[in-house]
Design a protein around this ligand. Structure first.
Ligand SMILES: [Zn+2]
Ligand SMILES: [Zn+2]
Length: 216
């Protein structure tokens, strides 16, 4: 069974996730730590629970979700896995960091491109990759059918959706991703978003004002 640990880091309060199972292997998703205090918070959790990080994933490459990539990749010798359409955001990460008031040194490049229907494996666990563009090109969600949860990045939030006014944002495409990829999951599926508290798919289908309005 997968344990989901959520942290909120940096001025944008990005949710960083550590997913671990009974083998103690874990994966790190969207490390947003900015500075030593936040880095220590993450590594203290990993140490205290005796976890072994084996993989680094990004839901997408907006600067607030990737500022801690280099730190965890170096510390734990991790490969970065994300969608190929994230490359442009990473190439321009230093400029994005400046404009959003964040600090980034070395930008970790992508080691392995992943996409739709890919299966991520760690410990005894598997995570399915969903391709969900619309908020930003290259956006991925990570779904565990067995443990009934999905990491939704900035695609779907508790009673909100990702903004579409940044480069490569597309409102219609975001609606399509949510309806075709997320709202087809079982209602009981817990959704862990890139910002804010968790929710579930059934609740969002009924109560998310942004998505209901866009329903065809
Ligand atoms: Zn974003
Ligand atoms: Zn975000």
């Amino acid at each position: 069974m997968i344990t989901v640990k959520q942290f909120a880091f940096n001025p944008f309060q990005v949710n960083t996730y550590v997913l671990s199972d009974e083998t103690k292997e874990c994966i790190i998703i969207d490390p947003g730590m900015q500075g030593k205090l936040e880095e220590d918070e993450l590594t203290d959790y990993i140490d205290a629970n005796g976890l072994k990080p084996v993989l680094l994933l990004n839901t997408h490459a907006h600067i607030d979700h990737i500022v801690g990539n280099h730190f965890v990749a170096e510390k734990y010798n991790l490969q970065l896995n994300t969608h190929k359409d994230c490359v442009g955001f990473l190439t321009n990460a230093a400029a994005y960091a400046d404009s959003f008031g964040l600090k980034i040194g070395t930008v970790k490049t992508i080691d392995n491109f992943i996409g739709e229907e890919e299966v991520i494996k760690f410990g005894n666990s598997t995570i399915q990759v969903l391709y969900t563009p619309g908020h930003a090109d290259g956006s991925l969600c990570f779904y565990s059918e067995k443990d009934d949860f999905v990491i939704t990045g900035d695609v779907l939030f508790n009673q909100s959706i990702g903004r579409t006014d940044l480069p490569t944002g597309n409102y219609d495409l975001l609606q399509q991703s949510i309806w075709e990829k997320l709202f087809t999951l079982p209602d009981r599926t817990t959704a862990w978003p890139g910002h804010g508290p968790e929710t579930n798919i059934g609740f969002e289908k009924l109560h998310n004002p942004f998505v209901a309005i866009g329903k065809e």
